[in-house]
Design a protein around this ligand. Structure first.
Ligand code: BES
Ligand code: ZN
Length: 644
């Protein structure tokens, strides 16, 4: 078809058509999703549990942690509430060895069988119960297929003398070490009795000891109802030290890292106070940290009362403490108000990134928070280029998709942007009031995107059609990509680094030599500097940069990762040796992924595979699965890892 219209009119028509299509699309999406979430009960796509019939209310663990056999064994007692008079209890279970199941205080044996869940979700466990059954006791042991558990040899720890165990239950790995209703829709309290070698300390996401017992027996209690993905355990040669001036916060670490951890995270109590001012009382009583060995696959994990951390945060300059602000933020968004299943993951992470940056702003200033926001925004743009459109929506539909495969920056950074967009429209005072009301309304509940939307309508929009139009929630939530009207993120500090990078690439030296002082430039500014170097920067210039700024030797993992990504892409020979060393020393997927991806994209696929094969015994099984996936989806020509 040929339009006999002036170009400007053509543009208008095209814009109108695009707008109409987008609106129809939104109405369609909104109507299907809203009715799904609101009318019928929305089942968790990653669980075989049927909490609408029978609900687990309390979990009692009696387990032995056996390092020689690398297994956890014992029994779990589930206290249940039978809501419909059902005669079966459906549990999630994956790769567990179930030995016996009984009911009631007298533990009368009952019959049970495996279900037929798909391999990713696990086989499940179906237990025959009576209408009046109050407790179900399951004797079991974990197997090698317990993806939640990573057993470390002494060599993989800082001290090199004692073994170590940690769990990672989120998103759906709790079922690999405890048979339970593994959906965040269900909240339970728990207690535990754990036995292990007497020279090790056991910690959980619960009331914790601060010193070892003499007999290796430990008791725990979590009095608040929490989702299963927050049940956690760590066992190792650990010591505790309180933060100065805090009665509710301290850090656990191996003695070898305790000093540096204690220094690095010293702002924790300050952050808790800021969090309370912004979000309401901290209800979990204690907020302790534990620094795990480098194999831990995440930066941080918000296990209640005991945040799990990677030792790669120990940069020596407190430059990565935003991770503490983030995990602390989850004490409100995530642990108090919880996404009801993986489709609403943005409610956990988007809110928490927003809270993280507000806490950081109060503790370290607006400049630091805006640097984070811009770095995050750029990562979001990269992610939007590579993720399938469906996964770029805030409210996802993950039926048939494992949550570990859907994991990306999108729920974090698009979620953040959406909340900041609302904040900018209504102003901070009004937004903060709304945020506090949201957290208190849904405290200790598991909610869906739809619950959020209704609350937004009732407590913030209040029938104001113009505000509703400007907030544009339907597009933010249900459409892929980013709405055109969105917050402008601009960090002057990063713009300055970009100018330095461009000037350096052109002239081969810095116009202003004071940039060479590491003291005046923060880690994320360097990250941006490296990202801003033109791809065709000559090897000579790269070499001289490395000589003057020492990026290849950086002790800061964020800087080093960015540098390795850049220099592998540029064909800088020392990058390969350094990359190999790095890939073999850390297990955090966020840093492994871009480097492996970059190796593969730059004709080093074989090298990547060799390094991986040599390193994989030290990686977490989640990481190993992600690597296989990366290998099968990335090609040499696809050079996406370089980003913008
Ligand atoms: N809860 C997440 C980690 C997570 C999410 C584990 C989904 C498994 C499945 C944690 O709060 C988190 O987001 N950690 C980030 C750090 C943060 C500063 C963005 C990480 O580990 O990189
Ligand atoms: Zn998080």
């Amino acid at each position: 078809m040929k339009w006999n219209l002036k170009p400007s009119a053509q543009r208008k028509v095209a814009k109108f058509l695009k707008w109409t299509a987008a609106s129809l699309f939104l109405v369609f999406c909104a109507s299907t999703f809203i009715s799904n979430d609101a009318l019928a009960h929305e089942n968790d796509p990653h669980s075989v549990a049927r909490p609408q019939e029978v609900r687990v209310e309390h979990i009692s663990l009696d387990l032995r942690v056996d390092f020689a056999e690398k297994k956890i064994s014992g029994k779990v007692t589930l206290r249940i509430k039978n809501l419909t008079g059902a005669n079966k209890l459906y549990l999630d279970a994956r790769n567990l060895n179930i030995q016996a199941v009984s009911v009631g205080v007298r533990q009368v044996p009952t019959t049970f069988r495996k279900g037929h869940g798909d391999p990713g979700l696990g086989e499940g466990l179906i237990v025959d119960i009576g209408r009046h059954t109050k407790t179900v006791t399951i004797e079991y042991e974990t197997t090698e297929g317990a993806d939640a558990l990573q057993w470390l040899t002494p060599e993989q720890t800082a001290g090199k003398h004692f073994p170590f165990l940690f769990s990672q239950s989120q998103p759906i790995h709790a079922r690999t070490w405890i048979p339970l209703q593994d959906t965040p829709e269900v909240r339970t309290t728990y207690d535990a009795r754990i036995t292990t070698d007497p020279d090790l300390l056991v910690l959980m996401s619960a009331e914790n000891p601060q010193v070892k017992t003499t007999d290796g027996v430990y008791r725990f209690r979590m009095r608040h109802p929490i989702p299963s993905y927050l049940i956690a355990i760590a066992v190792g040669n650990l010591e505790f030290r309180a933060f100065p001036g805090s009665l509710r916060s301290g850090v656990y670490a191996e003695p070898e890292t305790l000093d540096s951890a204690h220094w690095e995270f010293a702002n924790t109590e300050k952050m808790i106070k800021v969090g309370e001012g912004l979000l309401g009382p901290y209800v979990w009583e204690r907020f302790d940290l534990i620094v795990l060995p480098p194999a831990f696959p995440y930066g941080g994990m918000e296990n209640p009362r005991l945040t799990f951390l990677t030792p790669t945060l120990l940069a020596g300059d407190r430059s990565l403490e935003n991770v503490i602000a983030h995990e602390l933020g989850h004490s409100w968004s995530g642990n108090l108000v919880t996404n009801s299943n993986g489709n609403h993951f943005w409610l956990n992470e988007g809110f928490t990134v927003y809270v993280e940056r507000r806490i950081l702003e109060a503790v370290s200033g607006q400049k630091t928070a805006e640097i984070q926001a811009q770095i995050g925004f750029e990562r979001l743009l990269d992610e939007l280029r590579t993720q399938p459109a469906d996964l770029t929506k805030l409210r996802t539909n993950l039926r048939g998709i494992h949550p570990d495969d859907a994991y990306s920056e999108i729920p974090y950074e698009k979620g953040y942007l959406f909340l900041r967009h609302i904040e900018e429209l209504v102003g901070r005072p009004r937004f903060d009031t709304f945020l506090r009301a949201y957290l208190s309304e849904f405290s200790f509940q598991s909610i869906s995107t739809d619950d959020f939307q209704k609350f937004l309508e009732e407590k913030l929009i209040l029938g104001d059609a113009e505000l509703r139009r400007r907030i544009n929630a339907l597009e933010w939530i249900y459409a892929p990509g980013l709405p055109e009207v969105r917050p402008e993120i601009h960090s002057e500090a990063l713009a300055r680094m970009q100018r330095h990078a461009e000037a350096f690439a052109k002239a081969g030296r810095f116009s202003n030599p004071t940039i060479l002082s590491f003291a005046s430039v923060s880690a994320y500014e360097w990250v941006h500097f490296i990202r801003s170097l033109p791809k065709d920067t000559s090897l000579d210039r790269i070499k001289s940069l490395d000589k003057s700024l020492g990026f290849s030797d950086s002790q800061n993992v964020e800087i080093l990762t960015e540098w390795l990504k850049f220099t592998i892409g540029a064909g800088y020979p020392p990058a390969l040796v350094r990359a190999e060393q790095f890939l073999k020393s850390v297990g955090r997927w966020k840093f492994l992924e871009p480097i492996y991806r970059q190796l593969i994209a730059n004709r080093h696929r074989e090298l990547a595979v060799r390094i991986f094969n040599e390193a994989k015994s030290g990686y977490h099984s989640i990481v190993n699965q992600q690597f296989e996936r990366l290998l099968s989806t990335s090609t040499e020509s696809c050079n996406d890892a370089m980003g913008g």
